[in-house]
Structure formats: C-alpha cells, structure tokens
Design a protein around this ligand. Structure first.
Ligand code: GCW
Length: 670
C-alpha cells in the first residue's frame, strides 16, 4: 500500500530486524498501570497501540505486574524523580527495574510523554535493555497557533482547508481531531489556539463555545488545552455595547461574564491569544489605552480561572522610517506593567518570519514580562508547500542567539524559558502548517517542521540534526545510508533557501501579498513598508538597510555587545550584513569577493544546490516509499525552477543598480 503520509511519525510498522523485535517482545509482555486518570488511560492505549504495530502482537493490559513475565509499568507518582525544573508535572522517568521497564511521572501527562519517548526508542531502533531516561519540558506552555477561519480557510495555510469542521461540530467529531491530538501529544505539545489571530468574534458566541467545548473534549485526554484568539471589539460586535474600551465598566463586566461562560463549558480552557492594534485589527489604542491596559483587563476577566493571556507584540504602523523598531518602541516602555497572567508573544525576528532574521530586540529587553517566542511552521515566506526547507536550524538560530542583556549566555532560549529572569510561567508558539491534505502539511517534508517544533519546545538543547534523524527514521526509512543522506539535505536546506532568495541579510523582497516568489522591484504597495525597495535600499552606491547610528539606529535596541558584533560592516556576520548596513557594490567582503560578486555567487550557488538536493533525494529512492518519493521529487522540480526564478529576478534587478557583470564562472557565454 502506498504511504499517504497520514500517519505522520506515528507509523508503528513491524520492527523489521527479527533479533531486535524478539528483544522488544520479551521486554514488553504486559502493560500494568495504576489509577484512573484520563491521560494515564490514554498513555496505556497509546502504548498498546504502538506495541501492537511494532511487535506484531497484542500486549495485554493488567492491573498489576506478573511476577514471571517482563513488562512495562506506568505509575503516577507525586514524588517521581524527574530531571529538570522541579515545578514540572509533565516530566517523566523511564528506567529498568528488575525484569520490568518502569515509566513514572507526576501526572498522567508525564506518563503519556514517557510512553511516547519509550515508543520512540523502539521506532528508532534503540536498545531498551537497561534504560535510564529522564526528561522535563523546559518551557511550560507549548502551543500550536492555528490561523484558521470560521469559513474553513486558513490564513497563510498551504495544506488544504482547516481541519476544524465547524458545520459538523459539536455533533460529529471527525476522527482526524483525535489523530491530531495524538500527534501533538507525541511531541510534547500541550496547547492549541484553534483560530486565526485575525479573529472572528463568532468564536465567543454560545453556539461556537459549544463547538469549542467538543474539541476540548477530544484534546483533554491527550493533555492538550484549548485556547481562543479573541477579537478585541467583541463586546461591541456580539455584546451590543457601544465601546470596547478596556477601562469601561461594562466592557470589563462583559469579558468577565464571557470568561465565566467559557469555563463553565470548558473547565480546563487555556486562555486568550490577542492580536490588537496590528494590521487594522481593533485594540485598546482605539480608546487611548495601551497594550498593558488591554491585556490586564482580559487577565482580570479570567479571574480565578486557571488561564492566561498571550498578547502579541507584532505591531507596526504606516509612516515609520523603520518598521524594525516599532514593536520595541511600543512594548519596552510597558515592561513591568503587565499583570502576572499575561505573557507577551514576540515573533522570532523584528520584521516578519523572513528566511533569516536577527533575533527580535524585545528578547532580553523586557525582563519583568514573560515573553512567548512565536515561530512559523507554515512556510509563508519560505516557499509555502513546494520548497523543502527544514526549519529546526532557523528556530535554533533564534533560541541560541545571545541577547547579552545579563552578560554572556543570556540566550533567547533562557529569556523564553523564564530562567534568565526567574519567571513562573513560560511559553512558545508555532503557527501551524496543518490542513486537510491527506498528509497534513502539503509538502511531506513539512511534517518534520511540526515535529521539530514540538521537540524543541520540549527541549531546545536538542540539535537540529538529532531531531531530523529521529523524524526520518520514524517517518521515512531506517536504512542508515538513506537516513544520513536525508538528514544532510534537511540540515542544509534552510541555508540553501536563504542563498537563492535573500542572501547576505536581504529581506522582504518577495511577491506582494502572496509572499511567494521574488519581487525586489516592488515600490508601490499602498504603504512604503509593504514594498521591497523600503527594505533593500538598492542604489547606485550599494545595497542594504543602514540601521546603524548614521541610519535608522535600530541597532541601538540591542545590548552593547550585540551592537559591537553587528555594528561594523567589516566584522558583522555576513548573514546579517544587509540587515544593518548599506554596503558599496565594490566593497570587498571577508570572502575575498566584492559585495556584488558575493551576492551573485550566493544566488547562483544557492540555486545550483537545489540540483544537489534533487540528486541526493534521487539516491535514496530504493529506501523510501515510492509514492512519497515521487511526490517529493516533483516538488523538488518546482523548487529548482523557482530557485532559478529567484536567482534571475534578483541578480538582474540588482544589476540595474550595480552595473557590474555577472561574475565568472556564472556569466553566460557571450
Ligand atoms: O506574517 C503576517 C501575515 C499575516 C498575519 C500577520 C500576523 C495573521 O502576512 O497574514 O496575520 O503576519 O502575524 O498577525
């Protein structure tokens, strides 16, 4: 049967190696567990299901261990010795205890994560003879954000329609909801904001709350809480009030009553995600109030309920000389004013999910406020569902960036996990790349980005390659040479994409609105900050956005150490060069080439690398499913053609400024 990708990394095909299968079989002759916790029950069924597939035989569930057999014990133990943050109830330990394997955790969720970790051991062909694995999530709220609309469309979604079928809810629960919950739980995610941040007020109507409740009922046994994106002006639109002013008594009362109504239906409701005063969305500023006043009002409305407010910092306005600085300028002064239930959600970079951005200057700049890192799994600016781009290196690059705000080692990861500033709560969000396509993500390789996000949200110290290796073995093949080849391509894919689209720190030169393909010549778009020329600033002298003190001075938003590292065009990492400097076309770079020659070289070698990806992929053909192989092959051919499109469009456009020939060896024969 052709592999349609529906099962994701949860395949559980029979372990092919007979010796290994025999070992696993003898270690897993029964499962025994304590208690009636709903999530623990899920853990036992998931373990049974996984083992049945991997071992090719049913494994009975018993009330207690059988002394003459070897089995797996799942035990909730309030004092379980799990590594990491002692506050975490989600950690687990897997250990060999005499004849048995013991999975302990302080909650059902902990056991569930432990079970998936144990299954992963077998899926990736590890020994399970003497186990001692302990793990806890480093970040507490680990969410997917869906940009799904009530009409079934997905903003920036490239994998079909929304998986939520609002017209069928609450009566019919599509089995896909459960499979979705399983996939998320298997990588440690524990929250889902189900609707677009450009939110419809409709989700807050009784009719929809009932539907959301039904979805929450599917997620709950998997340890996943449901959150809603809220439309700021809902009190007006569906509440009949004249205002949505956060300081208005009736508005406060409306939100408090709404929160009570939701919690009555969904006792473990997670809370609110808010996009306000951003890209035309209403917000507290419409009434002369600031973001903190807005967020705090919602936090107060949540009252005693165990919920949070995630308030997005993605704001920018027309007329600014440098959009880069706007979120910082609006939010930094509010540090210390947010109530304890509020987290401010910040995109990885200052502009908007570009193929490469420096870390957002708010990281490290708001020590009194827990900051959620928002990354995008859906490839809005990264070739949608036709370009193969593995995103773990992008996520890691941001997480590993050193803000230096509290000395060396003040990484974005330590800001986000709360350890740098001793926050009680911490969060990370990934904008989902999921839709109704049979394989969930459109591009089969997009599944790896969903997977990697979950794994890094759990433990950002994992390496991109280690995650890619796990995923490949579980999803595509266990053949060692093929695994190595695929992981190598994945590892390099993001840099290749950067080279043929936006090398050396170029950004925001893509097609208007659609955000696909090149449009560096874009000069009219209703607003300067929606054009391309605003960002690349090509002229007769050179290329790039001067963000130093002689330019917009956005660089000054970073700590002195970072300013020093990036402030001098001679020493600034080439990956960020044109983010911060306007560099002369003939300026020699560290590579020994002039800016122009380096730029052209990167476009050409980047595009050539797609051919390399095609060759590498062709070489693994015998080791992976034929249908899946053909699918990726076809997408790679689109990617190759579009890499040439990007290369030619950008090189030829910038050449009209540089007036330099295309360097040998790329120049066409005359
Ligand atoms: O990346 C941009 C997208 C918008 C999106 C916005 C945001 C949900 O182009 O489609 O709106 O960011 O993050 O709010």
């Amino acid at each position: 049967v052709a592999d349609d990708g529906y099962r994701l990394w949860l395949k559980y095909d029979l372990v092919a190696d007979a010796g290994q299968r025999a070992q696993y079989r003898s270690a897993a002759q029964f499962i025994a567990s304590n208690g009636s916790d709903a999530v623990l029950k899920t853990a036992t069924t998931e373990l049974q299901r996984g083992l049945q597939g991997l071992l090719g035989q049913p494994v009975p569930l018993l009330a207690k261990a059988e002394s003459n057999k070897r089995g797996i014990l799942l035990l909730i133990d309030a004092s379980a010795n799990v590594s990491g943050s002692s506050a975490s109830r989600a950690g687990f330990r897997i250990s060999t205890q005499g004849r048995n394997i013991l999975v302990t955790g302080r909650s059902g969720a902990g056991i569930l994560y432990g079970v998936f970790a144990l299954l992963r051991q077998m899926q990736t062909g590890q020994a399970i003879a003497s186990l001692n694995i302990s793990s806890s999530p480093r970040i507490q709220y680990r969410l997917l954000n869906h940009w799904d609309n009530p009409n079934g469309t997905v903003e920036r979604g490239y994998a079909g329609s929304s998986i939520w079928k609002w017209n069928e809810l609450p009566q019919r629960l599509d089995p896909r909801y459960t499979d979705y919950a399983r996939a998320n739980a298997s990588i440690g995610l524990n929250g889902v904001a189900i609707n677009n941040v450009n939110a419809s007020a409709r989700y807050l109507t009784p009719e929809y709350i009932e539907k959301v409740k039904a979805l929450a009922g599917v997620m709950r046994p998997y340890g996943i809480r449901v959150y809603l994106s809220v439309f700021w002006a809902a009190p007006k639109v569906i509440g009949g009030l004249k205002t949505a002013d956060p300081l208005d008594a009736q508005v406060k009362q409306w939100w408090a009553a709404k929160a009570d109504e939701i919690y009555q239906q969904i006792p473990d409701f997670g809370g609110f995600l808010v996009k306000a005063n951003s890209e035309g969305e209403p917000g507290p500023q419409d009434y002369g109030r600031n973001h903190a006043e807005g967020a705090n009002m919602l936090a107060t409305a949540l009252g005693q309920h165990d919920g949070i407010v995630m308030w997005r910092a993605f704001v920018y306005k027309a007329g600014s000389a440098d959009r880069f600085k706007q979120a910082y300028e609006e939010f930094k002064p509010l540090d210390g004013q947010f109530s304890p239930k509020v987290l401010v959600q910040v995109k990885n970079g200052p502009i908007d999910f570009q193929a490469r951005e420096p870390f957002h200057p708010l990281f490290g700049a708001m020590p009194q406020t827990p900051l959620v890192l928002e990354v995008q799994l859906t490839q809005e600016y990264l070739g949608m569902a036709t370009h193969w781009v593995y995103l773990a290196p992008l996520f890691k690059e941001c997480l590993d960036s050193d803000t230096q705000t509290k000395g060396p080692g003040s990484t974005v990861a330590r800001v986000v996990d709360g350890s740098l500033d001793q926050h009680r709560i911490s969060g990370i969000a990934g904008v989902a790349n999921i839709g109704t396509d049979r394989n969930w993500t459109g591009h089969p390789m997009g599944q790896a980005n969903w997977y990697a996000f979950g794994r890094l949200a759990w433990d950002y110290t994992l390496t991109s390659k280690a995650i890619a290796t796990e995923w490949t073995k579980m999803t595509l093949t266990r053949e060692p040479q093929a695994v190595a080849t695929i992981v190598d391509v994945m590892d390099k894919s993001r840099d290749i994409y950067v080279r043929y689209t936006t090398p050396l720190g170029l950004h925001h030169i893509m097609g208007q609105n659609i955000h696909y393909g090149p449009e560096p010549w874009l000069a009219e778009a209703g607003r300067p900050d929606w054009t391309a020329v605003y960002y690349h600033k090509a002229d007769a002298e050179g290329l790039g956005f001067n963000r130093t003190a002689t330019g917009s001075n956005a660089l000054a938003l970073y700590s002195p150490g970072v300013q020093q590292a990036w402030g001098d065009p001679k020493t600034c990492p080439l990956n960020y060069l044109l983010w911060f400097h306007h560099v002369g076309w003939q300026q020699p770079l560290r590579t020994g080439r002039t800016l122009w020659n380096e730029l052209a070289t990167r476009y050409y070698t980047g595009a050539d690398s797609v051919t390399w990806m095609q060759q590498r992929w062709a070489s693994v053909q015998p080791a992976v499913d034929a249908a899946l192989h053909a699918d990726v092959t076809a997408r790679l051919e689109i990617q190759r053609r579009e890499a040439l499109w990007w290369r030619d469009a950008c090189v030829l456009y910038f050449q009209t400024y540089s007036k330099q020939p295309i360097p040998v060896p790329f120049a066409p024969p005359t």
